[in-house]
Design a protein. Structure first.
Ligand SMILES: NC(=O)c1ccc[n+]([C@@H]2O[C@H](COP(=O)([O-])OP(=O)(O)OC[C@H]3O[C@@H](n4cnc5c(N)ncnc54)[C@H](O)[C@@H]3O)[C@@H](O)[C@H]2O)c1
Length: 353
């Protein structure tokens, strides 16, 4: 263990934070760490100087730098939040974790399963928290969906159908699956009970623009109980859709994230098939349930506030956060398996339990 005798974050003072990467997403982390009562934003680091002035102009007392070394040399830094492109996550993450810092890593945790495993291992060796910013898991609808699945309200999951499409920014370094599907995969990982997570993935993608990067992706993931998950991610859609159906044997949920007045709807609908003749499977009694729809009241709350709450709690309580390094690793493993499936014409690639 390379840090001092005292594990960072045990003392009753605010936790010192550095945010690395102040591009598109970093400023959201900066704002949330600056606002939280239990954190003090000490540094903003970006190797592009022009990002620094824009990001930290309004923050008195926060220093800026273009090098991670300045951040790690400051003993007051307890947490490093990393919001740089995925290809830089391994190197930056290893440096921070090995210096005894707790790390909040943007999704995806890394660009390969092997790299994600190294990050998880180095966090364990240094007894520090490695949390993955699977932001959607901390939104009120997803937290409620998780509750409704874990407490049995939804029943056995029959299928999940998730659509995340818009006219998106074509990314130079990653395809649409690695860009958007981490959201769907991390949500699934979060809401499904551990023994009901997908067991394999089959994926197809297309690059009709010829930019060398798939901009349409379809993922199919069988569930252990015979159910199925489908994920559609797309940068080439005329309209923006963010909609997920979770169909269970007792209730069906529809989460439409673009409908602020009713993001989540719970339907008492479904089809019950009762077998009258167990031998022949010929005599099925099919009955339809078309009961009420209720829209649970949800708080309007910024998810990143919940991310910071959970990170601070995990550090203080010396426990794993809800979206820990292992969950980041499972998401990366599913993405890697999806890429392998694409390369092998859609073969069903098993996921490790
Ligand atoms: N949680 C979410 O919902 C969400 C949303 C968007 C992006 N992200 C993630 O955030 C990360 C950053 O994405 P973005 O869209 O903000 O990218 P971006 O390109 O807009 O910003 C990245 C910034 O990192 C800086 N940078 C790169 N390498 C660096 C290094 N070694 N040291 C210091 N600074 C460095 C760049 O100069 C740039 O300003 C990605 O992992 C992305 O997947 C997450």
């Amino acid at each position: 263990v390379k840090h001092g005798p005292e594990r960072r974050g045990t003392a009753e003072r605010p936790l010192g934070v550095a945010v690395v990467g102040a591009g598109y997403w970093g400023p959201n982390l900066i704002r949330n760490f600056a606002a939280h009562v239990e954190t003090t934003l000490l540094w903003v680091c970006d190797r592009d100087e022009s990002r620094l002035s824009a990001a930290s102009r309004a923050l008195a007392g926060t220093r800026t730098t273009t090098t991670i070394e300045d951040v790690l040399d400051d003993d007051a830094v307890d947490i490093v939040a990393i919001a740089t492109p995925a290809a830089t996550h391994l190197e930056l993450g290893l440096a921070c974790l090995a210096s005894g810092r707790h790390v909040l890593m943007e999704k995806p945790l890394a660009t390969s399963t092997a790299d994600a495993r190294r990050l998880v291992a180095v966090a364990e060796e240094n007894d520090v928290v490695l949390m993955c910013d699977h932001t959607y898991c901390y939104t009120p609808p997803v937290l409620r969906i998780r509750e409704l699945l874990l407490d049995g309200t939804v029943g056995d999951v029959q299928y999940v159908d998730s659509v995340r499409i818009n006219l998106g920014l074509v990314q130079p370094d990653i395809d649409v699956t690695w860009d958007l599907a981490p959201h769907d995969l991390s949500i699934l990982d979060f809401v499904l009970p551990p023994d009901q997570r997908p067991i394999a993935v089959s994926a197809s993608t297309a690059d009709p623009l010829g930019v060398g990067q798939a901009c349409i992706g379809f993922l199919t993931l069988p569930l252990p109980n015979g159910g199925i998950v489908h994920v559609h991610v797309n940068w080439l859609s005329p309209t923006k859709i963010r909609k997920t159906i979770v169909a269970g044997s007792k209730r069906m949920l529809v989460w439409d994230d673009l409908l602020p007045s009713q993001r989540l709807s719970m339907y008492d609908r479904g089809i019950d098939a009762t077998e009258l003749d167990p031998e022949g499977r010929k005599n099925l009694l099919v009955s339809y349930r078309t009961g009420d729809m209720v829209a649970p009241a949800l708080p309007e709350r910024e998810a990143l506030g919940g991310v910071v709450d959970e990170l601070v709690a995990a550090i203080r309580e010396h426990r794993q956060p809800l979206t820990d390094g292992q969950s980041g690793l499972r998401v990366v493993a599913a993405l890697e398996a999806a890429s392998r499936s694409v390369a092998e014409a859609g073969r069903l690639v098993p996921l490790e339990p």
